[in-house]
Each structure stands twice: as structure tokens, then as C-alpha cells.
Design a protein around this ligand. Structure first.
Ligand code: FAD
Length: 338
């Protein structure tokens, strides 16, 4: 069980900036995200598109904003837990909360910050009959532990960044990697496509043009997949099948946290951005209040006000001092390590 000052659900831009605002007040944070990387929508939906409305940054891409936020919060040493979904929230005596994730991590803190954006990203599943029988043992929609794939015959399907990046990354881990895609055009970054093609030419991976249409079993174990190609049906023996067909967003488990909702968003006040339950805050795209604008800069402002109240819960004995980063010697020393 992990004890901390504040648990942040969501490592999107707003969750990341919450680390900064809480850190300025001396609060320690753990950040949970169901994805395997930070950045939320910025990193997942538009990593290479420029954003023009971040104050003081005339233009930066979704990935650059994420990278800068990660650099900015480094001095506060947040602890990240990627690839795990915040599942259950329970109130404990003494104004504390317990949060449990889908893979059994347990956290306790006086402040919970829900920065879950449009909700948890969930994989789009391919319409292959019987695929659900192998989910979690043979078929996975994300790579949670690379070591679990060591020495395995892996088939990856898809044409986006995840499919290409994992094809390239797993070639040294898996005994064989085959990428299956139904077209010769890819949504992935052109550089990744070039690298994948080069690896295929060198015989380090296999690339098959076609569409996966069946999963094959040996008893209860996955033993291969069937691919419809121009030349007919091809059977590909494999131990692991990783379909990467993109993600959709659903509110997911935070909708079951027992917080007042409106239109699928968490209702908050605009003084502290606290939900209907004391000590549970909601900031960024996930919250609702009159006049809400789903913009990154709104989430940043919400994080600053949330942190003030979270401090009062985490440090009830201490006085909250308002300090500028420009004039506080303590903060300057900390932040100059960035
Ligand atoms: P998100 O970025 O959605 O991040 C939330 C994170 O929480 C996700 O990583 C998710 O996996 C995680 N999560 C959710 N539930 C759970 C759970 N139960 N357990 C673990 N993790 C969970 N905004 C602007 O200000 N300017 C722009 O120019 C702009 N352009 C955009 C262009 C596009 C194409 C899109 C889609 C959005 C754009 N936006 C823009 C909106 C902006 O991206 C969002 O306002 C912003 O991402 C919200 O940040 P967030 O941190 O609240 O949520």
C-alpha cells in the first residue's frame, strides 16, 4: 500500500501540471494513467499538431507540450504508474481516501485529484470471432510488460504509431515479430514506416499485407491467427497477437466513484474545484461547472486553485503561504534543477 499526499488520476496535461502546483506547496504526488505514457489527448491524438493557445508559447506540438511539462515537474519527483486503471475509490476514517487500480495497486491519501479528461482510453477491438476468449492470455491491446513477450512469436496488427513503434521495439525481444496491415499506407509517422520497411527488407521482421480474420486455438491457448490476403488465406502460427486499432475514450471507472455528475462530467465548485465529496477534486476536461471551457489553459488554472485546498487537507497543522516562484528562495533552489 502506497501512502502519499495526493493521488492524481490521469497523466494528461492537466494532471501533469497538477503535480507542479501541488509540488510548489510541498505536496508529494503519485500519478496513475491507463496509458503507457504521459500526455493524455495531446500525446495520443495530436502529438505532431501545433497548439497555439498555451500562454507564453506561440506554438508547440502536443508532444512538445507533454515533454516540457514532464521537464517542468521533474524537481517534484512525482511517481508515475502507467498502464494501470484507477478502479475503485473508498472513503476511510480520518478524512483519507483509498484508491485501488485494476491490477491491484492500493494508494491512500487525504486528496484525490481526478484529471481523467475524456475518461480512460479503451482499445478499439477488431471484429474477429472468439477473440475475447484469449484476451489477457494470448491477445493484448497494449504492451504492459515487455519481458512477458521475450522469446515469443508475436503478431502485431494495425497501421498507426503503436503498431509500428512496437513492431520496431519488440524485434530484439520476441523470437519473431510479424506486422499485418491491410494497406500499404500507414497512419504512423513516416520515419517509423521507413524503419519498419527497412527492417522487413533486412529480414529482421516480417510484414504481411492482409487482414486478420480468425484466431486459432490449441486447447485453450492461442496458437495462431488467420490472415486474408490477396493471394488467399494465410495461417500465421504465433504465441501473442497484439491488435493496435486505436483508442476511444469512455468515462470508465471514475463514473463509479460516487461523485455528483452532470452530462457525464464531475460537478465541481469554481473556488476549489472540489467534487461533491470532500477531498476529491476534479480538474481539466473531466469536470463540469457553469462556463466550463475544455481547454488546456482552463485546466492549468483549475490545478492551481485545487492545490490550495488539497494543501489544507494534507497539512492541516500548517499555514498556507502564498509565494511567487520568482521570489521564494526555497522554490528557486528546487526549480533551478529543471
Ligand atoms: P486528457 O488529456 O484527456 O488526459 C486524461 C488522462 O486520464 C488520459 O491519459 C487517460 O488515459 C487518463 N485516465 C482517465 N481515466 C483513467 C482511469 N480511471 N485510470 C487511469 N487513467 C485514467 N486544447 C487546447 O487548449 N488547445 C488546442 O489547440 C487543442 N487542440 C485539440 C486538438 C484535438 C485533436 C483534440 C482531441 C483536443 C484538443 N484540445 C485542445 C483539447 C485538449 O487536448 C484537452 O482539453 C486536454 O487534453 C485535457 O487535458 P486533461 O489532462 O484534462 O485530459
Amino acid at each position: 500500500m502506497i501512502q502519499t499526499d495526493a493521488i492524481i488520476v490521469g497523466a494528461g496535461p492537466v494532471g501533469l501540471f497538477a503535480v507542479f502546483e501541488l509540488g510548489l506547496l510541498g505536496l508529494r504526488t503519485h500519478v496513475i494513467d491507463v496509458l503507457d505514457k504521459p500526455g493524455g489527448q495531446c500525446a495520443e491524438f495530436y502529438p505532431e499538431k501545433p497548439i497555439y493557445d498555451i500562454p507564453g508559447l506561440p506554438a508547440c506540438t502536443g508532444q512538445e507540450l507533454t515533454d516540457n511539462l514532464m521537464r517542468q515537474i521533474r524537481p517534484f519527483e512525482p511517481v508515475f504508474h502507467f498502464g494501470t486503471c484507477a478502479q475503485r475509490l473508498e472513503e476511510l476514517p480520518g478524512s483519507r481516501w483509498r484508491l485501488t487500480t485494476d491490477d491491484g495497486l492500493v494508494f491512500e491519501a487525504p486528496a484525490i485529484v481526478v484529471a481523467a479528461g475524456g475518461g480512460s482510453f479503451t482499445p478499439k477491438k477488431p471484429p474477429i470471432p472468439g477473440i475475447e476468449r484469449f484476451e489477457g492470455h494470448g491477445v493484448d491491446y497494449a504492451v504492459r510488460r515487455i519481458e512477458a513477450l521475450r522469446g515469443q512469436r508475436v503478431v502485431i496488427s494495425g497501421g498507426g504509431d503503436s503498431a509500428l513503434d512496437w513492431t520496431i521495439a519488440l524485434r530484439d525481444v520476441a523470437s519473431r515479430v510479424t506486422l499485418v496491415h491491410r494497406r500499404t499506407e500507414f497512419r504512423a509517422a513516416p520515419d517509423s514506416v521507413r524503419r519498419m520497411m527497412a527492417l522487413a527488407e533486412q529480414g529482421q521482421i516480417d510484414f504481411l499485407l492482409g487482414e486478420v480474420n480468425s484466431v486459432q486455438a490449441d486447447g485453450s491457448e492461442l496458437c495462431g491467427i488467420g490472415v486474408r490476403t490477396e493471394g488467399g488465406l494465410v495461417d500465421l502460427p504465433c504465441d501473442r497477437f497484439l491488435p493496435f486499432f486505436g483508442l476511444t475514450m469512455k468515462m470508465g471507472p471514475v463514473g463509479e466513484f460516487g461523485l455528483a455528475l452532470q452530462g457525464g462530467r464531475i460537478v465541481v465548485d469554481t473556488e476549489k474545484f472540489e467534487s461533491s465529496r470532500r477531498g476529491v477534486f476534479a480538474i481539466g476536461d473531466i469536470n463540469h461547472y457553469p462556463g466550463k471551457l475544455k481547454l488546456i489553459l482552463s485546466g492549468f488554472h483549475e490545478a492551481a486553485l485545487m492545490a490550495q485546498q488539497a494543501f489544507r487537507y494534507a497539512r492541516p497543522e500548517e499555514r498556507l503561504l502564498f509565494q511567487y516562484t520568482t521570489t521564494s528562495t526555497r522554490l528557486k533552489e528546487k526549480l533551478e534543477t529543471t
